[in-house]
Design a protein. Structure first.
Length: 520
């Protein structure tokens, strides 16, 4: 005797909420055997696929649910979110806008649409949705946290602080908000969270939680100029994370070697790409000044910043039909030989159109697009790529001190000072290759020269981008656009050289780094 659909549906929802995915899948298959038009069965199966990071499959299943029930706002919201995860901005905005037009007073759906907007950098659109979600469900921790993150990126630091404090009040062990609060500054000897953070650090065991609290403690001790204590917590937290990642630098070494080999091969030649002057790329090592340069260029009236798109790499991966787990590796580089680079360039421009097109040029400020510079020039032969060149010790220390996304393998090098130094050395070799191969497309900007003599260096930068000089390019503190990076606080200030030489605070710990870089 078959169970009725309502009971099976409830059982599937319960199993899914409890993380019992196999059981949930069995209930959902039983539903579809009785009724292949049961829309929510496809949607819940999509949530199972999403939980296992099978995003393409999740999208396919949600689209089936949406086809059966076109006006379901929840389905539209999740389509927007999942396309945002895939860096497909056009589809993400399309479905987010549709979901917003059909809004119901459902807090979870409001938050989902907000997440979709925030993932593609549209924080101004996300904030009202998060605020509505918080109003409807004030006890939901993640709604407050999502709101706080978008408030930080648009520069509403006071509101962001209050939102994070609300998170901590609701969930005293919510480690991400402690880390975020420490990045907002205002730490003094009489106003800090060191005692509370120390107690929490000693009690927690999860590697990601330790990473967040360790970084929070490091920032607080830095603010008090206790650099040895800051390094102690950084090193401890990063070692805990490194043990669970099983990262070895050889993974990144193989990638760099493959890039060098591909672009120095005797038969390498430029492909005929897509002809447009729209795209400006700002690249480099993270924490090397890319946001500063982006703000300078985007102050120009002919330029719009599209933020850190991350779309070029995922599009290259898809078009090359590489199935490896890493976004860029030897397999993906080899597979690129078969790509139609003109189509790649055209698709990239079209897929970013929801964030661009307002001006003659736009900026894609994904730092690690430096790895793709050779592919970018093949796809967009008129593209201008500006790369930051910062003092190696400042760059390495700044990367080590930065709390990157714990879910991204791209930053695994930063869990260890030595591997960070090795990564920097390979990055430097790669930039030298790009300058040699593409002198008209690839331009190195020295960070120290820029902050010490911005009037001169910024003019050179603007000229390279093919733009007329405008004095307002120096007034980055007047730029009100959202900043979806760790530099959200710093770049709200006028251009300054306060970060130059910061590595000296940690000089005691840099002997191995100096040896790797031949600086001893």
């Amino acid at each position: 005797m078959t169970q009725d659909l309502k009971t099976l549906h409830q059982q599937a929802q319960t199993a899914l909420n409890q993380g019992e995915y196999q059981q949930a899948h069995q209930f959902l298959m039983a539903i579809l055997q009785q009724d292949k038009y049961f829309a929510d069965a496809y949607f819940l199966m999509a949530m199972i696929a999403s939980a296992h990071e099978r995003i393409d499959k999740a999208i396919q299943l949600i689209e089936q649910a949406h086809k059966l029930t076109p006006k379901n706002t929840e389905y539209l919201a999740h389509l927007a979110k999942h396309f945002a995860i895939k860096n497909n901005h056009i589809q993400a905005v399309k479905y987010a806008d549709l979901a917003t037009k059909g809004l119901s007073a459902n807090a979870l759906t409001l938050d989902t649409i907000g997440v979709a907007y925030s993932k593609i950098g549209l924080h101004q659109q996300a904030i009202p949705l998060f605020k509505q979600a918080v109003k409807l469900k004030p006890e939901n921790v993640m709604f407050h946290y999502n709101l706080a993150i978008s408030q930080t990126f648009v520069g509403d630091f006071g509101d962001a602080r209050r939102s994070h404090e609300k998170v901590i009040k609701l969930a005293p062990d919510f480690c991400k908000s402690y880390a975020a609060l420490s990045s907002l500054g205002g730490i003094t000897k009489d106003n800090n969270n060191i005692e509370r953070l120390t107690e929490l650090y000693q009690r927690i065991t999860d590697a990601d939680d330790k990473l967040n609290i360790g970084h929070a403690l490091a920032r607080e001790y830095e603010a008090l100029k206790e650099y040895d204590r800051a390094f102690e917590y950084l090193n401890s937290a990063k070692q805990s994370k490194l043990q669970v990642t099983n990262y070895e630098f050889t993974e990144d070494q193989q990638m760099f070697d493959s890039l060098q080999k591909a672009f120095t091969a005797p038969d390498f030649s430029l492909n005929k790409g897509f002809n447009t002057t729209e795209a400006l790329f700002v690249v480099g090592m993270p924490r090397s000044g890319t946001t500063l340069v982006e703000r300078i260029i985007s102050q120009h009236t002919d330029v719009t910043s599209a933020g850190e798109l991350g779309y070029f790499g995922s599009l290259l991966k898809t078009m090359g039909k590489s199935t490896s787990s890493r976004l860029l590796d030897s397999e993906t580089i080899a597979a690129s030989i078969e790509i139609d680079f003109s189509e790649l360039g055209k698709s990239y421009i079209e897929q970013t159109r929801s964030l661009t097109g307002k001006t003659k040029h736009f900026i894609d400020k994904m730092p690690f697009n430096v790895l793709y510079a050779g592919f970018i020039v093949q796809a967009l032969p008129q593209a201008k790529i500006v790369c930051l060149d910062r003092n190696p010790l400042d760059t390495i220390v700044s990367n080590y001190r930065q709390l990157f996304s714990a879910n991204s393998s791209s930053y695994n090098y930063a869990y260890n000072l030595a591997s960070t130094a090795k990564f920097y050395a390979e990055f430097k070799k790669l930039t030298q290759l790009w300058v040699k191969l593409f002198p008209n497309n690839f331009y190195l900007v020295n960070y120290e020269k820029l902050v010490n003599d911005p009037a001169v260096e910024a003019k050179k930068l603007i000229e390279f981008c093919g733009l007329d000089w405008q004095e307002d390019c120096l007034n980055i503190h007047n730029n009100t656009a959202p900043v979806a990076t760790a530099s959200a606080v710093q770049v709200r200030q006028p251009i300054n050289n306060k970060s130059v030489g910061n590595w000296q605070k940690y000089d005691t710990y840099l002997d191995e780094v100096k040896t790797i870089l031949n600086l001893s």
